[in-house]
Design a protein around this ligand. Structure first.
Ligand SMILES: Nc1ncnc2c1ncn2[C@@H]1O[C@H](COP(=O)(O)OP(=O)(O)O)[C@@H](O)[C@H]1O
Ligand SMILES: [Mg+2]
Length: 330
């Protein structure tokens, strides 16, 4: 693997509520390497977005949230940085693209201006240079006729083109890490595939580390080498994509896998779904957090929290019965 860019160590994020602090992320640790595509998957509400927003310290630390643990970017703990220094990191070293390009782009500025703005924040360059660079970025992300598109407003572009603009804004300063949080969820299926291709192309061309956040394991299978599976604020399984797809060890991962549509599945055939829903933060179960939804849970699972433990090669899993003994019980 390449050089390590980001080390997340025991990250915990708590939100302030009327009834005290609620833990949305609880002791999450992982690394991101240069040039890699790392997938982070889990159902809605599992803490994927909170993890990525916490890395960039996007939640207000006085009003909304408090963080524990460390986020080391090339060895420097981002939680030790001043607000000013943190602004130098965002967009310049670590960039983010979100699901909703329409609300992330500013409706009253042309797309060219928004790319230039991102350059002006971090670089001392002339307007002329910035314009040249912005047009170059529009071309890089596959926007046809970039000189003309430069002068258009977000509403004049299709959803797919807007997402390309958002990627251009995020990549303008050539960040070392791109966090893509459900970057294609709001798009049509054919456009989704094009945007994913673009992200993979940018990952290769610019040699960035990419954190691809998605609820869709199939997307991860096509694009990533490593994957982290999150459930209710914790990592429950991680490893190489080929290993996890070949032999998922956590019942949650197994559930996610069996809900991927298969080519050979018959029309109208219902996909297996994991029963129940992700609990709210004030209803976190004792013991294994997945136990209430797990088809194999025992009394032990309901009382004792399993640790994330090595399970061969690069795979890790948080399950008391990951060695296969739950098969005897089912
Ligand atoms: N600003 C916030 N205040 C309080 N709770 C939040 C906030 N943002 C997210 N949460 C809660 O944190 C949990 C994880 O959310 P999130 O990271 O958005 O999930 P997802 O995996 O779908 O991205 C959810 O229970 C969500 O309701
Ligand atoms: Mg999310």
């Amino acid at each position: 693997m390449g050089e390590m860019l980001l080390e997340v160590r025991e990250l915990t994020t708590q939100f302030k509520t009327e009834r005290g602090y609620l833990k949305a992320i609880d002791g999450v640790s992982f690394d991101v390497y240069k040039g890699e595509m790392l997938g982070i998957v889990g159902e809605s509400g599992c803490g994927k977005s909170v993890t990525s927003q916490s890395i960039l310290r996007l939640y207000d630390e006085k009003q909304l949230a408090r963080y524990h643990g460390e986020v080391l970017f090339r060895g420097e703990n981002l939680f030790d940085l001043s607000v000013r220094k943190m602004q130098d990191i965002r967009g310049e070293k670590i960039s983010m693209v979100f699901q909703d390009a329409l609300s992330s782009l500013n409706p009253v500025f042309t797309v060219g201006n928004q790319i230039m703005e991102s350059l002006f924040i971090h670089r001392k360059i002339s307007k002329k240079e910035a314009k040249k660079k912005a047009v170059e970025m529009l071309r890089l992300v596959g926007i046809p006729d970039p000189e003309r598109r430069f002068y258009q407003y977000p509403f004049e572009l299709s959803g797919g083109m807007r997402q390309r603009v958002m990627i251009a804004v995020a990549l303008a300063c050539r960040p070392q890490i791109l966090i893509a949080d459900e970057p294609t969820t709001a798009l049509d299926v054919t456009i989704q595939a094009q945007i994913m291709d673009l992200i993979v192309e940018m990952n290769q061309k610019l040699d960035m580390g990419v954190m691809l956040i998605t609820h869709d394991l199939a997307v991860v299978a096509e694009t990533c080498k490593r994957v982290i599976v999150m459930y209710l604020g914790q990592i429950v399984e991680e490893g190489l994509v080929e290993d996890i797809f070949d032999h998922p060890l956590h019942p949650y991962t197994q559930g996610l896998m069996s809900s991927i549509p298969k080519l050979e599945s018959k029309k109208g055939e219902r996909l297996h779904q994991i029963k129940g829903t992700v609990p709210l933060l004030n209803q976190i179960p004792e013991g294994c957090r997945f136990a209430p939804r797990c088809p194999h849970a025992t009394e032990h699972c309901r009382t004792v929290m399993p640790q994330l433990a090595a399970a061969g090669n690069m795979q890790k899993v948080r399950c008391h019965y990951a060695d296969g003994t739950h098969n005897l019980l089912s």
